[in-house]
Design a protein around this ligand. Structure first.
Ligand code: NAD
Length: 506
């Protein structure tokens, strides 16, 4: 491959991360940067046989790692956070190169890794079980939490590293080795993260077994080998609902555990009492940020008829003026789409919306850099009703706007789609806010008031319902998915009373 400025940047940044692997292996996996559409590396792919060998190594590691005290396991994650801090800029740049994110978003993703590591370090001293009142005299009942086993982590292109770390940081303090199958579109970020992790391992010393954290480069076939292996206790898979429909049943068929973090079709509701300036900014970031390629991107907006003419023209103006450009060379807020397929799906959705009576503003392709790069002006579409493409996730910056007159009707429509990830209401009316958060309100895993749908913090449990898969990761008590629970009953009396008063005399 001839050298170009971007390829030079890739090899220098990888070297700075400590991942000076051979990036130019002809015949391997082509890594294409959406920034220019050029191939910036060719990597060897792991075979299914190598995947099985990695699983065996990880199971060997589990036998040792599960016996290391959890606070000591936390020390490894603490060291990893230190190494991440040192590598934040370089890792962020690799994210920008591979996923096309702005520098601030690329580094924000690395900050999210640091945050979850800090959280996990504290957690390593708080893997609490309950003591439970028992009905039998002279008995004590409690639950204990033990390491689960090997965790297979499959991730999507649009968040090339943070979701790995949400899983890995918790899994490692919980006593579980991890195997990471990153998106075939963003393997460099994974190799760079692994190199940074290995620096932490070197500082940690001999307590850490070989095979504690491994990366497998490749496409769905490598993921499938992980998914189908009975030696992988938990599969945590982030990606499209299409992928989840394949992965979920396969893991269930072998009684494995599964965390599914799948697609969303996130919506906002703008009520008459909303702070319009705040709503405008939150909607603009939530819908256009990361070029609409966040699982939490706002894709639908219900606006009360009394404020429609106030907020929709302001949104249209913001859409027409937002800066679109190369994230490595400009301060543009909107970067490229990942590839031509993403662009084609946007064109198809907009044409379908127009056929259904939608009025499309924006959505044109912007000629930035070579033909192989796909930049678009975000699109805002005024729809007469929630039909056609409005009901599904198109992974591109399209916001469908609809008018409502009654909040209960808006809520019905809000919940009447497959995705159940994130949602937001913009209101200063206490009743509207509480209804949105109540049992008859939003049916999503994330329900926000006066902030957008994207940009979750690691302290809360992250995930969604329905076609989003039902998984929860990151904060709150998400750690429990990485451990197995044992209920222990101890009889310290001289009698043997049976539960429920059952008698059995011999
Ligand atoms: P994708 O489903 O194409 O791929 C995701 C990952 O799954 C990749 O690593 C891929 O190789 C792997 N994969 C695909 N088929 C597989 C199979 N049969 N068996 C095992 N592994 C398989 O998704 P993508 O295009 O990379 O990412 C975009 C999608 O991910 C969007 O739908 C987005 O909403 C979703 N997403 C969800 C979350 C969340 O937390 N809910 C976060 C990020 C992205």
């Amino acid at each position: 491959m001839p050298t170009t400025p971007l390829k030079t940047m890739v090899s220098e940044t990888m070297k700075n991360c400590g991942a000076a692997a051979k990036l130019d292996d002809e015949g391997g996996l082509a890594v294409i940067s959406p920034v220019t559409g050029e191939t910036v590396a060719q990597l060897p792919e792991h075979s299914v046989a190598e995947t099985h060998a990695a699983i065996a190594r990880a199971n060997e590691a589990f036998r040792k790692w599960r016996l290391i005290p959890a606070p000591r396991r936390g020390e490894l994650v603490r060291l990893f956070a230190e190494e991440l801090r040192k590598s934040k800029e370089n890792l962020g740049r690799i994210v920008s190169i591979e996923a096309g994110k702005s520098p601030s978003e690329g580094q924000g993703e690395v900050q999210e890794m640091i945050d979850i590591c800090d959280f996990a370090v504290g957690l390593s001293r708080q893997l609490y079980g309950l003591t439970i009142a028992t009905e039998r005299p002279g008995h004590r009942m409690m639950e204990t939490w033990h390491p689960l086993g090997v965790v297979g982590i499959i991730t999507a292109f649009n968040f090339p590293c943070a979701p790995w770390c949400w899983n890995a940081a918790l899994a490692l303090v919980c006593g579980d080795p991890v195997i990471w199958k990153p998106s075939e579109k963003t393997p460099l970020t994974a190799l760079a993260c692994q190199a940074v992790f290995e620096r932490a391992l070197a500082r940690f010393g001999d307590d850490a077994p070989d095979g504690l954290s491994q990366v497998l480069v490749g496409g769905p076939s490598v993921g499938e080998a992980l998914v189908e292996s009975e030696k992988v206790a938990l599969i945590s898979a982030t990606g499209s609902t299409r992928m989840g429909r394949i992965v979920g049943p396969k893991v269930a068929a072998r009684f494995g555990k599964c965390i599914l973090e799948l697609g969303g079709n996130n919506a906002g509701i703008v009520c008459p009492s909303a702070d319009m300036d705040m709503a405008l900014r939150a909607i603009a970031f939530g819908a256009m940020g990361t070029a609409g390629q966040r699982c939490t991107t706002m894709r639908r907006l219900f606006v009360h008829e009394s404020v429609y003419d106030q907020i929709v023209p302001a949104l249209k103006k913001a859409y027409a003026s937002v800066s679109v450009g190369n994230p490595l060379e400009t301060q543009a807020l909107v970067g490229p789409l990942i590839d031509k397929t993403a662009y084609d799906s946007m064109v198809t959705a907009l044409a379908e919306a127009a056929d259904l009576g939608g009025v499309v503003h924006g959505g044109e392709r912007e000629q930035i850099g070579p033909d192989s790069a796909y930049y678009v002006r975000p699109a805002i579409v005024e729809m007469p009703a929630q039909t056609g493409p409005v009901t599904r996730e198109t992974f591109a910056p399209i916001l469908y706007v609809m008018k409502y007159s009654d909040l209960d009707d808006a809520l019905e429509q809000h919940n009447d789609v497959g995705g159940g990830l994130s949602s937001a209401i913009f209101t200063t009316d206490l009743r509207e806010m509480e209804i949105f958060l109540s049992a008859k309100g939003s049916d999503c895993g994330i329900t926000n008031v006066n902030i957008g749908t994207s940009g979750a913090e690691i302290g809360g449990a992250f995930g969604g319902e329905k076609e989003t898969g039902g998984g929860r990761e990151s904060g709150s008590d998400a750690w429990r998915a990485y451990m197995r629970r044992a209920t222990n009953t101890i009889n310290y009396s001289t009698e043997l009373p049976l539960a429920q008063g059952v008698t059995f005399d011999i």
